[in-house]
Ligand binder design. Structure first.
Ligand code: ZN
Length: 434
């Protein structure tokens, strides 16, 4: 390094930088949508630079241009050759149920035999089983389990996730889950944005007393979680027979008054009016939306609510219905994507989510890539920092060993991520943790 610095004295016009990624066959910048998400036809504006390069210094992007231009103006301590590869903003997963203990592989067979999600739940399976497992795990055990999950996400090219609590369903266990998320975020390198989802299911001790459970969350849990800054968002599983519109509304508004921005599981299994509620409470994001009404979609557009669609969810629930992504895009509602990573939808490879968005939601590969980068950043209120390759943003970057961005939708189930840069440092090298 000393030798390099000495040589630089003779290259007075060039700026010293930490790292240059150069000669990308396609550098996907997703630029121009930091102030507001891409919508309508903008969702295909990937901002591709052929033979592109990115210069990184102190963890931030300091230049984005053609390779010859970058190399004539910057001198790097380290260079990565991306010849024949594509370079994208680090993938962002805008909806995960990241903190859980145990697993539910036996429910796959029940689902195959025709049991529905709500039937499994009513028999004490589903979420309630994971709640039992998560409650009995210590914080240290949960941390260890989740650390492995962090590594897997990074290796697959994801650099930031939204992470929900929601398998504790008691104050103590919800706080434990949020603390795990915050600890892992502090540890790095993956960024985790915490969401409080105490209203994920009705805990068995509140059977038949949904209103009282919501009262308790509003009166006691939300103030404590807000006071300790444990979550950025407050979320609710707004669904027929679980938390219906009135309970969801008062919960989200109570959170909002305490500074927890609303997001909502809306109209996943039944047309309940979740999309309309999302607009009414000015939620940052409404998620799932398989049964969103036309009125709900129009109101979401007017209120600026992002539609975060989760194509792996109906797949793993064995539903034939998927969210109508084309309708949201045609109406000018910005679309983001998430994995819905959870014990019932265990998917750690966001590249597969892009593929499912193409094949099941009829999104184009370009739209799907915008939906897991800049629009996903908006969905978690991080667009000023991440989601595109633009000067000043955090250097969160994934290099895929494919020659064209369309491979991300086209080649299914593979891990095409080769190198992952997080905050300007190599986190994954040649497919392995650095
Ligand atoms: Zn969810």
């Amino acid at each position: 390094m000393r030798k390099l610095q000495k040589e630089n004295r003779y290259a007075l016009s060039r700026t010293d930088v930490d790292l240059i990624i150069e000669h990308a066959h396609q550098l996907i910048t997703a630029k121009g949508f930091t102030q507001r998400p891409a919508k309508g036809p903008e969702m295909e504006e990937l901002g591709i630079l052929q033979d592109g390069a990115v210069a990184i210094h102190n963890g931030r992007i300091v230049a984005v241009s053609k390779t010859d231009e970058i190399l004539s103006t910057c001198e790097a301590r380290e260079r990565i050759d991306a010849t024949g590869k594509i370079v994208t903003p680090g993938l962002i997963d805008a909806h995960t149920h990241f903190v859980f203990a145990g697993s539910r592989e036996s429910e796959l067979e029940l689902k195959i035999k025709g049991a529905s999600y709500l039937e499994i739940l009513q028999k004490g399976g589903g979420i309630l089983r994971t709640v039992r497992d998560t409650r009995s795990a210590s914080k240290e055990e949960l941390l260890q389990t989740c650390r492995q999950r962090v590594e897997s996400l990074l290796v697959h090219g994801t650099t930031t996730i939204e992470a929900k609590s929601g398998y504790g369903l008691s104050l103590q266990d919800e706080i434990k889950s949020l603390e795990v998320i915050n600890s892992l975020n502090h540890e790095g390198p993956l960024t985790l944005i915490p969401t409080f989802l105490g209203a994920h299911a009705i805990p068995t001790e509140f059977d038949g007393r949904v209103g009282e459970y919501i009262d308790l969350i509003i009166a006691d849990w939300l103030p404590k979680i807000s006071e300790r800054h444990l979550a950025r968002f407050s979320d609710v599983f707004c669904e027929k027979g679980v938390f219906e519109i009135d309970d969801s509304r008062r919960l989200l508004l109570a959170g909002k008054r305490l500074g927890l921005m609303p997001r909502i599981h809306a109209d996943e299994l039944y047309p309940l009016g979740g999309a309309e509620l999302a607009a009414e409470v000015e939620a940052v994001s409404a998620d799932h939306l398989l049964f969103a009404s036309d009125l709900g979609i129009e109101r979401m557009k007017q209120a600026g609510v992002i539609a975060t669609l989760l194509p792996a969810a109906p797949l793993t629930l064995m539903l034939d219905r998927y969210a109508d992504a084309r309708k949201f895009i045609a109406h000018g509602v910005p679309v983001a994507l998430g994995s819905d990573l959870s014990p019932s939808c265990w998917i750690e490879n966001e590249q597969l989510v892009i593929g499912l968005a193409c094949y099941k939601l009829k999104m184009t590969p370009a739209e799907a890539i915008m939906a897991v980068t800049i629009n996903a950043a908006h969905s978690i209120q991080e667009a000023s920092e991440i989601g595109s390759l633009e000067i000043g943003k955090k250097a969160d970057i994934t290099i895929f060993n494919v020659k064209d961005y369309r491979f991300l939708g086209y080649r299914l189930g593979m891990n095409m991520a080769e190198t992952v840069i997080k905050n300007g440092k190599v986190a994954v090298d040649d497919g392995h943790l650095a």
